[in-house]
Design a protein around this ligand. Structure first.
Ligand code: PLP
Length: 367
């Protein structure tokens, strides 16, 4: 059978390896496996979110509330925006996909940083759009402006903080950049890790309300998968001018977000104490990872998210490290698929991080 030629250039997304794989392959018990691979919240979900999921289980036979009334109310209040500026998706991934379908086609160009979230490319290629990347791996807005002038893209993706490298643009430079972009170009600002960034440095704090009230062509996306600890629930959101939201809403399948996901997100959003604890753990533990890298002489990008990327020089090899740690029940992310001799480690609990340092140290000593 033949498929759309657009698929030929797409590499299947390499998700963080599941814990079950280590259990199956190496007989390590599930509890002993440490997964620092997918930027999940190491403290888990809010207890209140878990209770909310259990509570709605009895409604499993009903379709979800397709208006998503309660969560939209809560998000509107949280961001101080009107409800008609919100769209909720099965992960913010789904919102990104809607953006591509709503705005681009096979004649379009889509602009992004050289090393950034892999789904932008996959969704863009799926519709046959051409990918334009800036020369630097991390976000450089002068390079974005140059590429924008030259290529006139239909969509620009800014991932800030950027996955997988961790750098983050200042809010001010983003606003300055957006002033130079035509209002018919859709700019997607992916804020999957914004909660961490703004806790670390107030210059990084992006206010979605100010963004969308100043720029009619910007959509801000956020997720419950990372600091809110609900990766398994698949729920995220977009905030934009109602004109954009109405266009995306045409593409949204009915009942795209499940009842447990809606209930969990609502509870998680309200549990400010769990959010605070999660952010504090990250702020406290991140310096240990920076110090470890300095001690060992690895380069790293200072990170504003809940992960850090270490870069290696030969003979140290990221694939070998990832495989070695994997066999010991420690799952981290190899960045070889991004063309880098680097790994990305999610910041875990103090105990998990200690285990990572110990295992990695042992590995380095026997090299
Ligand atoms: C994790 C992540 C997302 C989306 O996650 P969902 O689980 O689909 O909400 C989006 N962008 C970036 C940069 C991410 O790292």
């Amino acid at each position: 059978m033949t498929f759309n030629a657009t698929l030929d250039s797409i590499k299947t997304y390499e998700a963080g390896l599941p814990i079950e794989l280590v259990v199956r392959e190496y007989g390590i018990s599930k509890d002993a496996v440490v997964k620092l691979a997918s930027n999940e919240n190491p403290l888990g979900a809010s207890k209140k979110a878990i209770e909310a999921i259990i509570k709605v289980a009895q409604d499993a036979h009903f379709y979800p509330d397709d208006s998503m009334y309660a969560l939209k109310e809560a998000l509107a209040k949280h961001f101080n925006v009107a409800k008609d500026t919100l769209i909720i998706g099965a992960g913010s991934d789904q919102i990104l996909e809607f953006c591509l379908h709503a705005k681009a086609n096979h004649t379009s160009k889509v602009l992004m940083a050289k090393t950034t979230f892999a789904m932008y490319e996959i969704y863009a290629k799926a519709i046959g759009a051409e990918i334009i990347r800036t020369p630097s791996p991390t976000h450089n807005l002068e390079e974005f402006l140059d590429a924008y002038s030259l290529h006139k893209p239909a969509i620009i993706f800014l991932c800030t903080p950027n996955n997988p490298l961790g750098e983050c643009l200042d809010a001010k430079e983003i606003f300055d950049f957006l002033r130079q972009i035509d209002s018919n170009c859709l700019v997607v600002i992916d804020g999957a890790y914004q909660e961490y960034a703004k806790a670390k440095d107030s210059n990084k704090a992006l206010d979605p309300k100010a963004l969308i009230h100043t720029f009619s062509n910007v959509i801000y996306t956020g997720t419950f998968s990372k600091v809110y600890g609900l990766g398994g629930m698949r729920i995220g959101y977009g905030i934009a001018n109602p004109t954009i939201i109405q266009a995306l809403a045409k593409l949204r399948p009915p009942f795209n977000v499940t009842t447990p996901s809606l209930a969990a997100a609502l509870a998680a959003l309200k549990d400010k104490a769990h959010l605070k604890k999660s952010i504090e753990n990250n702020l406290e533990q991140m310096p240990l990872f920076e110090n470890f890298a300095k001690e060992k002489g690895f380069k790293f990008t200072p990170s504003y998210a809940n992960f850090i990327a270490y870069y290696f020089n030969t003979p140290i090899n990221s694939t070998e490290i990832a495989e070695h740690l994997f066999k010991q029940g420690m799952i981290i992310r190899n960045l070889a698929s991004y063309g880098l001799n680097a790994i990305r480690i999610t910041i875990g609990t103090p105990k998990q991080n200690e285990k990572f340092f110990t295992l990695f140290n042992t590995y380095l000593k026997q090299k």
